[in-house]
Design a protein around this ligand. Structure first.
Ligand code: AFP
Length: 300
């Protein structure tokens, strides 16, 4: 079977990028080992006022330390950090954006969570999603799975007992499926979102929503459909973060033939103003994205 190293070599991945991807992917091992000792919530909040899970904090500090020691990264923007972390001693100019532990409310109930990563060149973490050099996520489910794009389509690897990632699928294509998941309380949905959900349910779409974006996205990637975290009454920007969550997963979706939108525009075209920028998110199969955008137009 093809290993991650062999895949990166075959696709002529630049040396430092290869080292960086492998280094990050390997952190799935210590992160998984840290689950037992970090089951609870910490006594701290992140800048969004959300209580931090102990594992989220642990993974955040762990990955930042590993990246700092590697000298491969000049800037890190993390969902759990108030500011961009600058690493002046870096010898490469990659920038990493990350959600160290996405879906953290599911840690205590042993459901699937993951680490989301985006990698940019040119030292800046505040770039458009379409300019990502690579995007990846590690999913801590029954298997540890790595989904990766280096702008050459999407591939999925699984971690074996020897700590080696083996290629399971290459050239992953998101089908036009019928799964959907939506965040936000129903009474707070805006009219266009309620109409969209009504229409796709009438057309046979089936609800699947766990509370972990990365896990919910993974099943949309494999089976097709749409994941939504919409604008809601009183929170017109929704909940998800453009830089750490929407862009890396949206980029993977696009590489697999899917798309991402806030309802009006391709999110990968949006230049972030600040690391903590929030945005409504619809990500999934092309047909679903066209449909929500048509409905938003009808209602505007
Ligand atoms: P974090 O675990 O990184 O805070 O992310 C959680 C999340 O942003 C995303 O992963 C989920 O899809 C969404 O929140 C769930 O939100 P609700 O609990 O409001 O459905």
């Amino acid at each position: 079977m093809t290993t991650l190293r062999q895949y990166l070599d075959k696709n002529r991945c630049a040396d430092d990028l290869k080292k960086l991807i492998e280094l990050i992917a390997q952190q799935a091992i210590p992160i998984r080992q840290a689950f037992i000792a970090n089951q609870n919530y910490a006594d701290t909040e992140n800048i969004y006022g959300e209580q931090q899970a102990a594992l989220d904090k642990w993974a955040d500090i762990h990955i930042i330390n590993v990246l700092r020691d590697s000298k491969l990264v000049a800037e890190i923007a993390s969902e759990e950090q108030p500011d961009i972390v600058k690493i002046p001693e870096a010898t490469s100019d990659y920038a990493v954006v990350m959600d160290p532990l996405d879906g953290s409310s599911l840690i205590q109930v042993n459901l699937c969570v993951g680490t989301i990563i985006g990698i940019y060149e040119n030292g800046s973490a505040l770039q458009k999603g379409k300019d990502l050099t690579a995007a990846m996520y590690m999913l801590y489910g029954p298997m540890t799975v790595l989904t990766l794009t280096i702008r050459k389509g999407v591939c999925i690897f699984a971690l074996n007992e020897e700590g080696e990632y083996l290629l399971m699928e290459e050239g992953v294509k998101m089908p036009e499926g019928n799964l959907y998941g939506t965040g936000g309380l129903k009474p707070d949905w805006l009219d266009y979102h309620a109409e969209f959900i009504r229409r796709i349910e009438n057309e046979g779409s089936k609800l699947r929503y766990s509370g972990s974006f990365v896990a919910d996205f993974h099943q949309i990637l494999k089976y097709g459909g749409i994941y939504c975290y919409p604008a809601v009454k009183g929170k017109e920007k929704g909940k998800l973060r453009l830089v750490f969550e929407a862009n890396p997963l949206g980029f993977i979706a696009e590489q697999a033939g899917g798309a991402i939108t806030d309802g009006k525009r391709n999110l990968l075209e949006v230049k972030p103003d600040t690391p903590d920028q929030k945005t409504p998110v619809y990500v999934g199969s092309r047909g679903m994205i066209d449909k929500i955008q048509e409905i938003v137009l009808e209602y505007s």
